[in-house]
Design a protein around this ligand. Structure first.
Ligand code: NDP
Ligand code: HSE
Length: 437
C-alpha cells in the first residue's frame, strides 16, 4: 500500500523526538498501521536544525504553508505551539483536505470548538493525544476504553514542570527558581513557563479531559486556576506532618449542580498512589461508575515520551482515515450533536475540605476568636494544631483542617479572620481532596 505522507511543522523538543522515534521504530510502526508512515516534509524556522535532523530525502522549508497546502501531504503534524500561527496552519491544512495531529493543548482548549467544527465539515480528523499528560494515552482511555461508564470525576497531576518543581523543592530543598530553570533546560516547560507554574497549562488539559469525559463543549474560560507560585516549604512540611502531600491537581467532577472544573495546589493523603507521583511524571485518576477508580501513569513531558503519543495518533489516523467520517471515533467521544449543556459551576459553589494556616499572636482567647468565626459560617473543623512559637517571635502558626464546606463560606471566614488584630499577615488556604469516592 502507498505510504502515508507526513508534513512535520516544528522540530523542537517534541517535533525532534517525533522524527527520531518514527525513524527508529519505523518497521514496527508500519506493521501496526498497515502501511509506511513517512515524514516527507519538515518546516522549521531554523533550517539548519531541521536539515541536521532529517534524512537528505526529506524536503525542508522555513515556510510551513508549503506543507499545509502541499497536495502530496496526507497528515500535518503541528508541533510549533502557540495560538496564532499554529491555528492558521491547522485551519489551512484542514481546508486543503489534510488530517491533523497536534500536541497543542493551549490552542485546542481555547479554540477547540471552532477547529473541531471546521474539521468535521471537511471530514478531517484532528488528533491530540500528546496534548494531555505527554506520553500517557489518557485521551484514548477516556474516549474509547471507558465508554461504558458514567464518569464521575477525574483528578490528575497533568503538568510535569510543576510536579518536578514541587518534588525537587520537597526532596532536595532546592529553590523554586533553581528547579524551574532545570525544567526549562530539560525541555519540559512551555515556551512561556508561567503557563506551567500558574496552572494554565494544567487548566488547558483538564478542559480537554472534562469535555471528553462528560460530553460537554471545550470551555477553558470556565476553569478556576491557581498555580504553585505562592506555595511555601513551610506548608509542604506541615502537610507532610499531617499525612498529606501537596500536588498541583487538575480536577473535574460531575456533581448535582453541574460540572466542577478547577486547577489548584491540593493536599492529597500520602497513602494514595497519586500522592507518590514525583518529578516530571504525570498521573490521572478517572472514576467511572462501573469500573471504579482507574489510574494512568507515565512521563508527562519531554521529547520521546510526547513523541510516543504523537505517533500513536499518526497510526490511529492512518488506520481511521479510510473509514466513513460518520463511523469514526468522535473527537470528544460523544457524538458532536449530542453534547450536553450541563453548566460548569462557579468556584464559589464548589465544596471541598481545606487546610488553613495563619500566623497569630500567642495570647489567650485567640483560638476562641478564630473558631467562633469559622462556626459562624457553618464550617466544621476536623483538626486544629498550634505550632510552638520560635524563641525570637511572639507569634505562632495555627493549622486548621476542615470538613467539606462550600468555597464561598471559607472565603468569607478568611476575610473576617484576617481582620482580627491578633492575626498577622494573610491566611494560607489550600484545598484538600481525599480522592476516595
Ligand atoms: P519547541 O519550542 O521546542 O519547538 C517548537 C519548534 O517550532 C521550534 O523548533 C521553533 O523554531 C519552531 N517554530 C516556531 N515557529 C515556527 C514557524 N512559524 N514555522 C515553523 N517552525 C516554527 O516546543 P515543544 O516541542 O516543547 O512544544 C511543541 C508543542 O508541543 C507545544 O504546543 C507544546 O505545548 C506541546 N507539548 C510540549 C511538550 C514538551 O514536553 N515539550 C509535551 C506535550 C505537549 P525556533 O526554536 O527557531 O523558534
Ligand atoms: N509544559 C508541559 C508540562 C509539557 O510540563 O507538563 C507537557 O504538556
Amino acid at each position: 500500500m502507498k505510504p502515508i505522507h507526513i508534513g512535520l511543522l516544528g522540530v523542537g523538543t517534541v517535533g525532534g523526538g517525533t522524527y527520531t522515534v518514527l525513524k527508529r521504530n519505523h518497521e514496527e510502526i508500519a506493521r501496526r498501521a498497515g502501511r509506511d508512515i513517512v515524514i516527507t516534509m519538515i518546516a522549521d524556522k531554523d533550517l539548519e536544525k531541521a536539515r541536521k535532523l532529517a534524512d537528505p530525502s526529506v524536503i525542508v522549508t522555513d515556510n510551513a504553508h508549503e506543507i499545509t497546502t502541499h497536495p502530496d501531504i496526507d497528515i500535518v503534524v503541528e508541533l510549533i505551539g502557540g495560538q496564532t500561527i499554529a491555528k492558521d496552519l491547522i485551519l489551512e491544512a484542514i481546508a486543503h483536505g489534510k488530517h491533523v495531529v497536534t500536541a497543542n493543548k493551549a490552542l485546542l482548549a481555547n479554540h477547540g470548538t471552532e477547529i473541531f467544527a471546521v474539521a468535521r465539515a471537511k471530514g478531517a480528523i484532528v488528533a491530540f493525544e500528546a496534548a494531555v499528560a505527554g506520553g500517557i494515552p489518557i485521551i484514548k482511555a477516556l474516549r474509547e476504553g471507558l465508554t461504558a461508564n458514567r464518569i464521575t470525576w477525574i483528578a490528575g497531576i497533568i503538568n510535569g514542570t510543576a510536579n518536578f518543581i514541587l518534588s525537587e523543592m520537597r526532596e532536595k530543598g532546592l529553590s523554586f527558581a533553581q528547579v524551574l530553570e532545570q525544567a526549562q533546560k530539560l525541555g519540559y516547560a512551555e515556551a512561556d513557563p508561567t503557563y506551567d507554574i500558574e496552572g494554565i497549562d494544567a487548566a488547558h488539559k483538564i478542559t480537554l479531559m472534562s469535555a471528553i469525559a462528560f460530553g460537554i463543549p471545550v470551555q477553558f474560560s470556565k476553569v478556576y486556576t491557581e498555580g504553585i507560585t505562592q506555595l511555601t516549604g513551610e506548608d509542604i512540611r506541615y502537610a507532610e506532618e499531617l499525612g498529606y502531600r501537596i500536588k498541583l491537581l487538575g480536577i473535574t467532577k460531575r456533581v448535582e449542580k453541574g460540572i466542577e472544573l478547577r486547577v489548584h495546589p491540593t493536599l492529597i493523603p500520602m497513602r494514595r498512589l497519586i500522592a507518590n507521583v514525583e518529578g516530571v511524571m504525570n498521573a490521572v485518576v478517572v472514576k467511572g461508575d462501573a469500573v471504579g477508580a482507574t489510574l494512568y501513569y507515565g512521563a508527562g513531558a519531554g521529547s520521546e515520551p510526547t513523541a510516543s503519543a504523537v505517533i500513536a495518533d499518526l497510526v490511529d489516523v492512518t488506520r481511521m482515515q479510510t473509514a466513513d467520517p460518520m463511523h469514526r471515533v468522535p473527537t470528544l467521544s460523544f457524538q458532536p450533536d449530542l453534547l450536553s449543556d450541563t453548566p460548569v459551576i462557579p468556584m464559589e459553589e464548589v465544596e471541598t475540605a481545606y487546610y488553613m494556616r495563619m500566623q497569630v499572636i500567642d495570647k489567650p482567647g485567640v483560638m476562641a476568636d478564630i473558631t467562633r468565626i469559622v462556626a459562624d459560617y457553618n464550617i466544621s473543623i476536623s483538626a486544629l494544631i498550634q505550632k510552638e512559637a520560635s524563641a525570637d517571635s511572639n507569634t505562632v502558626s495555627i493549622i486548621m483542617l476542615t470538613h467539606l464546606t462550600v468555597e464561598k463560606n471559607i472565603n468569607a471566614a478568611i476575610v473576617r479572620i484576617e481582620t482580627l488584630s491578633v492575626v498577622t499577615g494573610k491566611v494560607i488556604r489550600i484545598r484538600i481532596e481525599e480522592l476516595k469516592d
